[in-house]
Write a protein that binds this ligand. Structure first.
Ligand SMILES: C[S@@+](CC[C@H](N)C(=O)[O-])C[C@H]1O[C@@H](n2cnc3c(N)ncnc32)[C@H](O)[C@@H]1O
Length: 330
């Protein structure tokens, strides 16, 4: 397990919290925060008037870190270890669900968690601290599997070149640290121009998503929220990159009965009995003030929808644009 960091280390700044609270106001009743993290959203919801918040996180460290403030809220705060794809097993008839996807800055900043290509640490990346690590994946997957992960999950165009270099490097010695992997990736890509992101950003993103099954979790989590919310309950999701945002957008559109248009001039088709109505027509991003205070918020997007009283149902992963591994033409 990762060593406990003190909460006085770099404070976690919740992303898009102000717009989220404004979008779902007035906050009442029982909410579930599926990505508790440093508890920023949970506290925001409790302060804004939620009677109770059930905080869910797959990382046991998240709850350890909350120990010094959680008791301030007594039984208004319930801490529930687990994954948000199972939220409907933890609670029902919810007034609201919030999801703030990705890793927390707490996880990213701790070298021993192995999420960061800027700090040397074991190549781990497991949010839950259980199961297969990034090192296991990198040292055992086939070259084709690695290329697929980097391409589909990391949106890395040089995926094949990097996968080949990984497989070559691991025959010399297993790849066990973040910096060794970052060096291998860097050796395959041109030096970044000023203002461009670190060359290993996309590869690390792809591996992290694979290790934590993040897209499957999101897909299942959206359907679990549909089952757990009561009519009128709100679902607010904050995403950090385009694939996640596309999945949330398509899920909302499809569940709100908007099947799209044949062309841009054709009317939108409405379906009977939609499970949600859209509260935000367009994704909400950070305002100038937030960008100044927290540049990490740059790519964050918020979408909110309201549950109707139509029965919950199922949707196919493909219908919301979830990337499928193994689907690339060779
Ligand atoms: C971006 S942080 C959330 C930060 C939080 N909103 C705050 O203000 O402190 C994401 C958190 O969600 C957790 N997480 C990610 N995917 C999860 C899942 N499928 N189920 C449960 N927790 C998850 C991570 O472990 C991490 O602690």
């Amino acid at each position: 397990m990762a060593g406990a960091a003190s909460s006085s280390e770099k404070p976690h700044i919740p992303v898009l919290l102000r717009p989220l609270l404004a979008a779902v106001a007035p906050v009442t009743g029982i909410w579930l925060d599926g990505t508790f993290g440093a508890g920023g959203y949970t506290r925001g919801l409790l302060e804004a008037g939620a009677d109770k918040v059930i905080g869910v996180d797959r990382d046991p460290l998240a709850f350890e870190m909350a120990a010094d403030w959680a008791q301030d809220y007594g039984d208004r705060l319930v801490m529930q270890p687990g994954v948000f794809s199972r939220m409907d097993e933890y609670a029902q008839d919810l007034d609201g669900v919030v999801l703030d996807l990705g890793v927390s800055s707490m996880q990213l900043d701790q070298a021993e968690r192995g999420f960061s290509f800027m700090k040397d640490g074991p190549l781990d990346m497991r949010m839950s601290q259980q199961g297969e690590s990034a090192a296991d994946l990198v040292n055992t997957a086939t070259e084709a599997q690695l290329a697929d992960i980097l391409f589909h999950y990391g949106e890395e165009r040089a995926s094949r070149r990097i996968a080949k270099a990984i497989v070559r490097a691991r025959t010399e010695a297993p790849i066990t640290t973040t910096l060794r992997l970052a060096e291998i990736v860097e050796s395959c890509l041109p030096r970044p121009k000023p203002g461009q992101s670190h060359p290993a950003t996309r590869s690390f993103q792809g591996l992290r998503i694979a290790v934590n099954a993040e897209y499957e979790e999101l897909f299942q989590g959206l359907m679990a929220a549909e089952r757990a919310l009561k009519p009128g309950g709100q679902l607010a999701v904050v995403t950090f990159h385009s694939i996640e945002d596309r999945m949330v957008k398509r899920f909302f559109q499809s569940r709100a009965g908007k099947t799209g248009r044949a062309n841009r001039y054709a009317p939108e088709m409405e379906q009977d009995q939609p499970q949600f109505t859209l509260k935000t027509r367009k994704a909400v991003g950070p305002d100038e003030q937030e960008l100044q205070e927290n540049p990490r918020a740059r790519s964050a997007k918020l979408r909110v929808a309201i549950r109707t009283d139509a029965p919950a149902g199922e949707i196919e992963a493909r219908a919301i644009g979830m990337p499928q591994l193994g689907g690339r033409a060779r």
